[in-house]
Design a binder for this molecule. Structure first.
Ligand code: ES4
Ligand code: ZN
Length: 326
């Protein structure tokens, strides 16, 4: 029955999605016009020409630069709704969405503007777009840990509607150990904890995220395969790895999609699932990631079912909701 219904078909949860990474060039120009901002690109096609990345940092520079168009709650709400329309069309049934509050605070946009705007966009998402949603505040690891702790305290004090915290931005040189106090405070506040690790950084960053930060999921984690002891640990504990294949290709973490370790990781029994990271920048949403993987690796229905089931069982959902999706 599901295959006739449209795009993603198997009930799938999006667990690795940066809302600021969904800003499409057209929306960037529309928001710039509305806010009286002059962009350093002539038009949409000139901006699209910049989407050729050599590594994580080359992407992050453009990603942060384009956030200049986000000034009002309405801007954050419009960005969020544009994503939800697209995710619903892709067949996503549940999304746990990252937002980067510090990226806005440091340009003078308040925590309230950012959080309230995204939250307004997420309201009634199930009725309007066909997916349930949760929000995760991610901290920028290339900034001071004290700043992250300060923002976390502000989020707790304002009773922000977040289910957890994450750790993102430039990985190498900013190990999880830098953020022990931040994650201890988040655990103490009853927040779920996840961290990017093993994207550009080595397996030692994954060990640290697990052992020092107590994270429940690893975002990316593809470099885990370089460390057999770590693979055994991830297998035994079935720790979720939220893998983003098109992101890894675009950021040159893997040479081509055909070289991606995902099928091998799945075959070994690792709890991997497929996600879209920054879909506007990396050439595709969840359906595009699945379609390209399926054709590149000739994935069969049992592999596709396993990936979808992994996404649902790795979500921060109460059993009664995950049960309806499994
Ligand atoms: C990110 Cl692909 C990626 N890696 C690390 N941090 C990020 N923030 C947004 N996208
Ligand atoms: Zn990411």
């Amino acid at each position: 029955s599901i295959s006739r219904l449209g795009p993603v078909r198997l009930p799938t949860a999006e667990l690795h999605l940066h809302i600021e990474g969904t800003l499409e060039p057209e929306l960037i120009f529309a928001l710039a016009l509305r806010n009286g901002i002059t962009l350093p690109y002539r038009d949409v096609s000139a901006l699209r020409e910049k989407y050729k990345f050599t590594d994580l940092q080359s992407f992050l520079t453009l990603y942060y630069s384009n956030m200049a168009v986000l000034l009002t709650e309405q801007d954050f709400e419009d960005m969020t709704r544009a994503y939800l329309v697209r995710a619903g069309a892709a067949g996503v049934r549940h999304a746990e969405i990252f937002v980067d509050p510090q990226a806005h605070l440091i340009r003078g946009v308040s925590l309230e503007t950012c959080i309230n705007g995204v939250t307004r966009g997420l309201a009634d998402s199930e009725a309007r777009y066909g997916l349930t949603t949760s929000l995760i505040a991610a901290f920028l690891r290339d900034r001071a840990a004290g700043e992250a702790l300060d923002v976390l305290e502000q989020l707790i004090a304002m009773d922000a509607p977040i289910i957890g915290i994450g750790l993102d931005s430039a990985e190498v040189g900013h190990p999880p150990s830098k953020f022990i106090a931040v994650f201890a405070r988040a655990h103490d506040a009853g927040l779920k904890c996840v961290a990017h690790a093993g994207e550009e950084g080595g397996p030692e960053y994954i060990w640290e995220a697990l052992d020092l930060l107590g994270v429940a999921r690893i975002d990316h984690g593809i470099r885990a395969i370089e460390d057999e002891m770590l693979v055994e640990r991830l297998l035994t504990e079935q720790i979720p790895l939220t893998v983003c294949p098109l992101s890894n290709v675009r950021l040159r973490t893997v040479d081509t999609l055909a070289d991606h370790p995902l099928p091998g990781m799945l075959a070994r029994g690792l709890n991997v699932s497929v996600h879209s990271d920054d879909p506007s920048y990396f050439g595709g949403y969840l359906d595009d990631n699945m379609a390209q993987l399926t054709s590149t690796f000739a994935l069969d229905s049992s592999q596709l079912a396993e990936l979808a089931a992994n996404s649902v069982r790795s979500a921060f959902l109460p059993r009664e909701r995950s049960g309806t999706l499994l």
